[in-house]
Ligand binder design. Structure first.
Ligand code: IPM
Ligand code: MG
Length: 366
């Protein structure tokens, strides 16, 4: 197949990790006789530097015209970068939120899997981690607090700030349907996370989710309050299959879930709309502290490229091939610094490698 992929390398470690994902996609193309044409565009800080804004109409148009988008990361060090002297709507993050909205990417899939080979990097007690876990966090991505009205204003001599959390039935229904569809291909359990003991938006979330569940008699639906979910993720992560939740809760819980896998550098993500189109990016950030050093873990981006092959191009075999190659590299004992074991005994069994070598070793195993 022929496909046009727009790449947004972005800021920080973004360009380094995207380069490795492209390398892997090219290797897959060579092996299976596909052709992937890549075009790089700017977004986030890189776009601010070039055009004065974090997201241009041209970038949106190019992304829309592409078959899929592969992204690295955006943003810089909030203390030192000049981007953070700009007002919030002109900062790098506004670019990311803008493109999610412009492309209607309402369904964010963040798989969190504990690899056997990385069990030593898991911060949980062995009796918990030894059970393993494999969950899919489905985060609603274009509604809620992120996109509600907000303002900062003066009243009675003090400053006040307000953010609003709005969800419509249709917004909840479309993400719930995606979550149940995905659960049907997995272990058939959906845990819908909300704060229905306090929030109206959560009560609506629960009502609509329960309605959708009626169309999926094979899937078990469980409702869980978000504070409890945060606790259960470290107490017994193996209980989760699909976690369905709103934008802000999903942002927080997906970082937590990533850390129990050992490193956020391992976590892929897909942001999908109603069509086959998607934007694929690692769940982690731009890590400005290690940018340019060549030591970032490219695996999350490479696994995001595998998600692209699966969800946008229906190339399941090729996607599986990449996932297997990643597992092989880990089994062969190669680690980037973020997934190095902490104790001397563990360190003696593995070899620390850099970003580019990780990409090469994955390609070799394809
Ligand atoms: C993420 C990030 C973004 C979010 C930031 C950079 C705006 O944390 O993709 O999880 O909150 O969605
Ligand atoms: Mg986040």
């Amino acid at each position: 197949m022929n496909a046009n992929i727009v790449c947004i390398p972005g800021d920080g470690i973004g360009p380094e990790i995207v380069a490795e994902a492209k390398k892997v996609l090219n290797k897959v193309a060579e092996k299976y006789g596909h052709e992937f044409v890549f075009e790089d565009v700017l977004m986030g800080g890189a776009s601010i530097d070039a055009y004065g804004v974090p997201l241009t109409d041209e970038t949106i148009a190019k992304a829309k015209a592409a078959d899929a988008v592969l992204m690295g990361s955006i943003g810089g060090d909030a203390k030192t970068s000049p981007w953070y002297k700009l007002e919030p709507s002109k900062r790098p993050e506004a670019g990311l939120l803008g493109i999610r909205k412009a492309l209607n990417l309402f369904a964010n899939l963040r798989p969190a899997v504990l690899y056997e080979e990385l069990a030593a990097a898991c911060p949980l007690k062995t009796e918990i981690s030894s059970k393993g876990f494999d969950m899919m966090i489905m985060r609603e991505l274009t509604g809620g607090l992120y996109f509600g009205e907000r303002k900062t204003y003066e009243e009675n001599g003090e400053t006040k700030a307000v953010d609003t959390l709005v969800y419509s039935e249709s917004e909840i229904r479309r993400i719930a349907i995606k979550a149940f569809d995905i659960a049907m291909k997995r272990r058939k359990k959906v845990t819908s996370v909300d704060k229905a003991n306090v929030l109206d938006s959560s009560r609506l979330w629960r009502k609509v989710t329960e309605e959708v569940a009626k169309d999926y008699p094979e899937v078990t639906l469980e409702n869980m309050l978000v504070d409890n979910a945060a606790m259960q993720l470290v107490k017994d992560p193996a209980q989760f299959d699909v976690i369905l939740t709103e934008n802000m809760f999903g942002d927080i819980l997906s970082d937590e879930a990533s850390m129990v896998t050992g490193s956020i550098g391992m976590l892929a993500s897909a942001s999908l709309n109603d069509t086959k189109f998607g934007l694929y990016e690692p769940s982690g950030g731009s890590a400005p502290d290690i940018a340019g050093k060549g030591i970032a873990n490219p695996i999350a981006t490479i696994l995001s490229a595998a998600m692209m092959l699966r969800f946008t191009f229906d190339l399941d075999k090729e996607a599986q091939d990449i996932e297997d190659a990643v597992k092989k590299v880990l089994a062969d004992g190669f680690r980037t610094i973020d997934i190095m074991p902490q104790d001397e005994e563990g360190k003696a069994k593995v070899t620390q490698i850099e970003t580019k070598e990780m990409g090469d070793k994955i390609c070799e195993r394809l």
